[in-house]
Design a protein around this ligand. Structure first.
Ligand code: SF4
Length: 432
């Protein structure tokens, strides 16, 4: 039964934010969507969705035109079968995997990705991954995670994928001579160009060694141990962070690296952990800050003073809202997010104005009513809501674009602002 569960006053760490918690019909993609960016990131990995024709259709249409000579994902379609047919399903899965790995010796890491259909839920993919890993080890490691729409929303697929890798990450060797050597791991899939920019900044600051997780190659997994410090690059990695902490690593608390302010404070968290002198830090980040401010300023005229409403979708909503409010002076109305991780988002939440409605979860009809009543200048929402809202005369931004586009770091701040100004610009031109 759809209902508003509760409205509570929660502590955000530095200030109180009212949180409207809703449960009801949701309009979000499932966690399979993460494969679309993860398969581009880990270049010798393969994602085998164990699912239905619906899953195959989602992945194929969402991923669009395949740009690689050989695809890095596929769907093994499990047709309806009863429990007695499960042995066959396992045999069939083994046969599909064997044929795939025989044909594709470039695959070093294979993910079996679970989905919603009851036939798939009945299959023990964890056991299948173990069995296949033993068989194909050491040349291929087989892991599993769920991208099911029952268990995951949109960006949670990445969290489930990374969390599945954590137990097999190598143990960081203790440095006997110096007692310890801190290392930094940046956690969350970033575009290669963004990773390279951050790597250069860390090098200039004297912070290192630095590794990125997920890595570009399966044999470049970061080592994890008590001297590992990690920075989350994405706000939707609760399970991954928990798994890394269980391995002894320590999360560096920071704003998320979105916009000039977020990037500076994210880098500062690492700089503080490495005792980088303030003067050095300021000198290293100053050129990037200046570039970001200049690029963002170009969008002030169009965005400043305009109102924006976020429907819950990507879990990026809180840091994006912070960026729009503080760097573009937009007026936040409602900021909805599927899940609110108050600890990871504490610093971002503390910078949001008190006046907003902060909501977690979704009851789409009620939220649509609130949105219509507020008549915001811009609505950030999933694909399913965008067209109907555009038809009602609202201007929308697809939140999925904010996940697929490189938006983190100084040199992407202007592009990020443009993602919000473009729909308003288009609407102005249509009206003219
Ligand atoms: S995992 Fe579930 S929600 Fe996602 S495409 Fe498959 S059936 Fe649909």
């Amino acid at each position: 039964m759809s209902q508003v569960i509760a409205i509570q006053r929660e502590s955000s760490g530095c200030q109180d934010q009212p949180v409207l918690r809703e449960r009801g019909q949701r309009e979000v993609f499932c966690g399979l969507t993460g494969i679309i960016w993860l398969h581009r990131k880990i270049q010798d990995a393969f994602f085998l969705v164990v699912g239905s024709r619906t899953c195959a259709h989602l992945i194929q249409s969402a991923a669009g035109v395949m740009i690689f000579a050989e695809p890095r994902f596929a769907t093994a379609i499990i047709d309806e079968r009863d429990l007695a047919g499960l042995a066959d399903a396992n045999v069939e899965l083994d046969r599909v995997v064997t044929r795939l790995l025989d044909r594709r010796p470039d695959i070093k890491l294979l993910f079996l990705v679970g989905s919603c259909p009851s036939e798939v839920i009945k299959l023990d993919l964890g056991r299948a991954a173990q069995r296949l890993s033993q068989r194909f080890s050491p040349s291929v490691r087989v892991l599993n995670y769920s991208g099911s729409g029952i268990e995951t929303t949109f960006t949670q697929g990445e969290d489930a994928c990374l969390a599945a890798m954590v137990p097999s990450l190598p143990v960081a060797a203790e440095n006997q001579a110096s007692g310890s050597q801190k290392s930094l791991v940046v956690v969350g899939a970033l575009a290669d160009v963004v990773e390279d920019q951050f790597k250069r900044l860390f090098d200039q600051l004297g912070i290192g060694p630095v590794a990125f997780f997920p890595p570009r190659r399966a044999n470049a997994m970061p080592e994890i141990g008590p001297d590992t410090r990690f920075l989350l690059a994405q706000p939707f990695l609760a399970d991954t962070a928990r798994a890394l902490e269980a391995r002894g690593a320590t999360r560096l608390d920071a704003l998320f690296p979105i916009g000039e302010e977020g990037t500076t404070e994210w880098l500062r968290a690492a700089a503080d952990a490495w005792d980088v002198p303030t003067e050095k830090f300021d000198a290293v980040v100053a050129p990037g800050q200046a570039r970001a401010r200049r690029a963002v300023e170009m969008h002030h005229a169009l965005l400043s003073g305009r109102s924006v409403f976020f429907f819950p979708d990507s879990q990026l909503e809180v840091p994006l809202a912070r960026f729009l409010s503080r760097e573009l002076k937009m007026n936040l109305t409602e900021v909805g997010t599927p899940y609110l991780h108050r600890q990871h988002l504490a610093r971002d939440l503390a910078l949001l104005p008190d006046s907003i409605t902060l909501s977690e979860g979704q009851h789409v009809e009620r939220q649509l009513d609130r949105c219509r009543a507020l008549k915001p200048d811009l609505v950030v929402c999933g694909l399913g809501l965008a067209n109907p809202l555009e038809a009602e005369g609202m201007t929308t931004k697809w939140s999925i674009e904010l996940v697929f586009t490189p938006i983190q770091g100084y040199d992407q701040a202007g592009d990020l602002a443009e993602l919000f100004s473009r729909p308003l610009h288009r609407r102005t031109k249509i009206a003219a």
